[in-house]
Design a protein around this ligand. Structure first.
Ligand code: FEO
Length: 621
């Protein structure tokens, strides 16, 4: 019986899950199974995106037959030729003689190699940026070589803003009835498998993945449909930011991954004591016995953590077998940008330390801590200080929290000291403040809203007087606060924060029109609640107006955590690109939005024309 899932009115998932596969690609264990995703677009023309592995071909054919509802497929888009996605090409081609294959030249060559078939006469060969109109939808094709094979391409549907991403953004794990990443607790239950999938399958090709991310960043993407794992329709930035880290070999977390190879437990003992010493210093650690844990898990962990320790006994005058394999695997996957420490063991001629160092020194930007611990069969009490020294050396490379001078010196701060950055230590939320006046909707970004009292239920909202929204609230006496959540993309801040409502309609092109009971528009996406309130007092404080308002309606919109001001800076706002050294411009850059003021001095009362922040939020170029 067919088992399909509807994605949009025009798009259906017609893939299948395999929970019996022991080893994916013959190498990677998949204890939670794997999904092979295929999609059917039903427009004026019908389009299949890739097929599935031969193990689930039967289910796929049933699904396709059902989803076609008596139509025939006009096109089969082949994005990737690895057989787990291309096993049914020949079968489909013979079942549907009128179906055309859409692929690039390299794929056509691979079809011939794998299937001993020549489909040239019925193939639409596409190149970078080519398009195919199917009716309401237009599909654009972008090449993504080496993510994961050289022929890989991705497809962008400009009508529904869907990226069919081939192997990118995939994950191990069967779908188990869900299809969308937001239907499961992805961070908790699937991110480790997504990382293991990326790092082991595509990890070697970080540069190529970064190139694909760059192409994708130019597209307005609302949904990602990969060939394995869940479809992403919410919080895309959460997953894309992981890919950005992984593709650049930047660690996700500060902490130490300790991998050890131990025959009789003595090397493990030294690794364990080091782990304790690191924990004593407040450093997170994880440990892997390389003879027990699958290498794919350890490769994945090495991509996650900032520091790596390798401890291995000497075996046949070399590195212990499983450790040697792990290090080969890690170097093959291009691991880089890590701090590393080494422990060796050898009962009569220890060589594993120098050999491990030699292997790792070939990796890019690996800082191997000079002092190495050498055990003779087992750790001796006299060597505990070496373990402490290694823990200190590792700890010394972790970023230190900044300590204010007044605290570190113990000196009393000056009575009149006002360090403006202290204001940034107050925790702020982020909100889209909206208003409606004389039939016009408008909104702006603020970080200055909080509850004042419970009975009556009052909130305070402070708005820069340069903002039209403040003026509208003064006139209408009503406001609405959409509380932004951590999935909020930067585009929301651009839409509501970087323009003036006097110049543009900030809701122009917005995909939603929902309103509070008081008739004010709010944001139903990337927010966790909306609060409507009626102004009971307003106070003019020069640059800003303070509104005190009584809550008239408060509705929870999602369970996502609120985005704080700090979270925005750490995770949402793109890092400001400072001009290159060769740029001779003098001026000041707005730390909030990146606007550059050109000039030798910045007036104290200067207001950023884009985001309306004051001179204090600028820094010299
Ligand atoms: Fe699932 Fe590279 O194929």
């Amino acid at each position: 019986m067919y088992c399909v899932k509807k994605i949009t009115d025009d798009l259906t998932w017609i893939g299948a899950n395999d929970r019996r596969l022991a080893m994916f690609e013959g190498v990677y264990s998949v204890p939670d199974g794997v999904s092979y995703n295929s999609y059917l677009l039903t427009d004026e023309k019908t389009v299949i995106f890739d097929t599935v592995d031969k193990a689930v071909r039967h289910r796929f054919m049933e699904n396709l037959g059902h989803a076609l509802k008596g139509r025939i497929p006009d096109y089969l888009v082949v994005q990737h030729m690895e057989p787990d996605h291309s096993a049914s090409i020949v079968e489909l081609a013979s079942m549907y003689p009128g179906m055309q294959i859409v692929c690039n030249a390299k794929t056509l060559e691979f079809i011939g190699n794998f299937h001993n078939a020549d489909f040239t006469a019925r193939t639409v060969v596409v190149k970078e940026g080519d398009s195919l109109c199917t009716g309401r939808h237009t599909l654009y094709f972008y090449m993504a070589p080496m993510v994961h094979w050289p022929e890989v391409m991705v497809t962008y549907d400009s009508a529904d803003k869907i990226l069919f991403s081939a192997d990118a953004f995939g994950a191990f794990g069967a779908l188990n009835g869900a299809l969308f990443a937001d239907e499961v607790d992805y961070s908790k239950d699937y991110m480790d498998e997504a990382r293991r999938y990326y790092t082991n399958i595509v990890g070697k090709y970080g540069t190529q993945t970064a190139a694909l991310l760059k192409k994708a960043s130019a597209l307005d993407i609302k949904m990602i449909c990969p060939l394995h794992g869940f479809v992403w329709r919410k919080n895309l930035s959460e997953f894309i930011s992981k890919y950005a880290l992984w593709s650049e070999y930047r660690p996700e977390e500060n902490g130490v991954m300790i991998a050890y190879a131990s025959v009789y437990g003595n090397t493990e003992n030294a690794a364990e004591i080091l782990s304790c010493r690191l924990r004593d210093r407040g450093i997170k650690t994880v440990m892997y016995d390389v003879s027990v844990s699958p290498a794919s898990e350890i490769v994945s962990a090495a991509f996650k953590w900032s520091h790596l320790v390798f401890a291995s006994t000497t075996y046949n005058a070399g590195i212990f077998i499983t450790m040697e394999e792990l290090l080969s695997d890690l170097t093959a996957h291009n691991i880089q940008n890590r701090t590393v420490a080494i422990i060796e063991n050898g009962s009569w001629a220890a060589t594993s330390g120098s050999l491990m160092r030699e292997k790792l020194s070939k990796c890019k930007n690996i800082n191997i801590i000079e002092s190495q611990i050498s055990l003779k069969s087992s750790l001796k009490a006299s060597q505990l200080q070496e373990i402490d020294a290694m823990a200190d050396a590792l700890a010394g490379t972790f970023p230190k929290p900044a300590v204010p001078a007044a605290v570190s010196t113990g000196a009393a701060p000056a009575a009149d000291m006002i360090d403006f950055t202290a204001m940034f230590k107050i925790s702020y939320g982020l909100f889209v403040l909206t208003a409606r006046d004389e039939g016009r909707d408008n909104g702006c970004i603020i970080n200055t809203a909080s509850q004042m009292t419970e009975s009556p239920l009052l909130i305070s909202v402070t708005v820069n007087k340069a903002n039209l929204t403040g003026e509208m609230i003064l006139k209408s006496g009503e406001l609405a606060l959409s509380v932004l959540s951590v999935s909020a993309p930067f585009s929301i801040f651009e839409r509501f924060g970087f323009h003036s409502g006097r110049d543009v309609d900030k809701f122009d092109g917005a995909a939603f029109d929902v309103r509070t009971a008081s008739g004010i528009r709010y944001l139903p996406e990337h927010t966790n609640c909306v609060i409507a309130a009626k102004v009971v007092q307003s106070h003019d404080f020069g640059s800003h107006t303070l509104f005190i308002a009584e809550v008239t309606q408060a509705v929870i919109l999602s369970g996502e955590p609120s985005a704080t001001y700090q979270y925005y800076f750490d995770h949402i706002k793109p890092k400001p690109q400072k001009p290159s050294v060769s740029d001779t411009k003098k001026g000041f850059i707005c730390k909030i939005c990146g606007f550059i003021y050109e000039g030798d001095t910045l007036p104290d009362d200067y207001i950023c024309p884009l985001c309306k922040h004051g001179a204090k939020d600028f820094e010299a170029l």
